[in-house]
Design a protein around this ligand. Sequence first.
Ligand code: NOJ
Length: 546
Amino acid sequence: MSLPDPAQWWRDAAIYQVYVRSFADADGDGIGDLRGVHDRLGHLAGLGVDAVWLNPWYPSPMADAGYDIADYRDIDPVFGTLADADALIADAHERGIRVVIDLVPNHCSDRHPWFRAALAAEPRSPARSRFWFRPGRGPGGDLPPNNWVSHFGGPAWTRVTEPDGRPGQWYLHLFAPEQPDFNWDNREVREEFLDVLRFWLDRGVDGVRIDSAAILVKDPFLADADPGAPHPYTDRDGVHEIYREWRRVADSYPGGRALIGEVWLPDARRFALYLRPDELHAAFNFEFLTSPWDAQALRAVIDETLAAHAPVGAPATWVLSNHDVTRHVSRYGRAETGFDFADRRHGEPFDLDLGTRRARAAALLSLALPGAVYIYQGEELGLWEVEDIPGALRQDPMWRRTGGADPGRDGCRVPLPWSGLEPPFGFSPADARSEPWLPQPAAWKDHTVEAGEADPSSMLELYRAALRLRRSEPGLRSEREPLHWIDAAHGVLAFRRGDDVACVVNLSGAPVALPAHESVLLASAPLEDGRLLPADAGVWLRLRRH
Ligand code: NOJ
């Protein structure tokens, strides 16, 4: 099979996010691995996705599930080997699936050789200048150098013990203390990452998802931040300069290599500013992801997203879930349907049927919008957030560092159910020596890939049908085919893509009549009396006969 639109494939691709440790475990240690992904490529090909994005696979002490990298040019033994990665990339390509890897340039692991060298070196040494080491404030330097706080709770600074045994400088970590921030003003850091980029592009990866892409460059004065201000430490001009260099490297490779930024800003007008024709190609749409299930709010996000991306020549992206947020089946089944990083609303009542109905409609909505779409593993199975993981089994530093105030992200990272009627649901082999690294709900027996394949009305079959149509209908697929809103009742989203296809999503709370159409291509729920679109359902319509 040939790969689609080689030059700019990311503009309209359906990209499936593989959270490697929770996808499939081939070696029986209870943790997903690359052979597990490789063995299950058939699922992804059958689903009809164009690319996969794999969460970090590098050697790591796993203080933050692999976002603390000790070696950027290898694979963690828990996931496999470089040979496994090569084989996975080659086989994915054989099947027409592109491979995007996760690169984490803002910080490394405290076990990275550069950080070990920095700890062993003197204050103000070249080894320390690759990071942000500073003396503390107050008597004896006992207070952190500024008031910045870590995204995982607590101060963004940790004090080191100097080689002579005395309490010494502090180093900056915008995430966990095990994730020291690099100093991107240091040329060596820049060169190192250009080299890492080449290392993986040489191995055939089709792009990188760049973690914390917007926060690499800090204010060199490390001034105190205004509480509540977003990204107080970023210098956008500096960030542009970095990605212009990355882009020159990416563009020197054949076949189209994507630079996709994780710019953690819930506002399209702001994150799109990080995209430019000669820099990052695309960024994740956190505004869409965080939006409540409300027609007006979603329409505003869609319009704002398209308007913000057009002038920078970048494709919009549509994301409902990922490994950091509450799964959308759960969000949409609660009274408050938006997502807020500050409050995950675990423990609030949720209606699984309602959440599932809305998630089905949201799938048709996001897959009909112009641009690239991201599918987080398990959303095609209708999985929900697991909120009752016992504290002793939770792994996320967010949970630990906030003393349990923030439940963290384990609930969306529970290993996938593939088959069978009880855990591990085929996630691990039958003779596995360990249980899955997080416990799976017994009720997932009805949400395995096997169960989905046996039920024509499953979420899995809806995703398969939608992705198939998205591929075969140029009006739906082509990112350059503009969206035109169609007049519709209050609470209803209705738009046309080209002259042939329309999408209608009913958030009005009552059944609605459909606009004139030739036929129904796909519906997330059966139409009432064969003609009314029920509440919380979506439909794709053929507008005219071919
Ligand atoms: C964003 C990643 O998506 C998240 O999982 C990680 O913890 C932080 N960046 C830090 O790398």
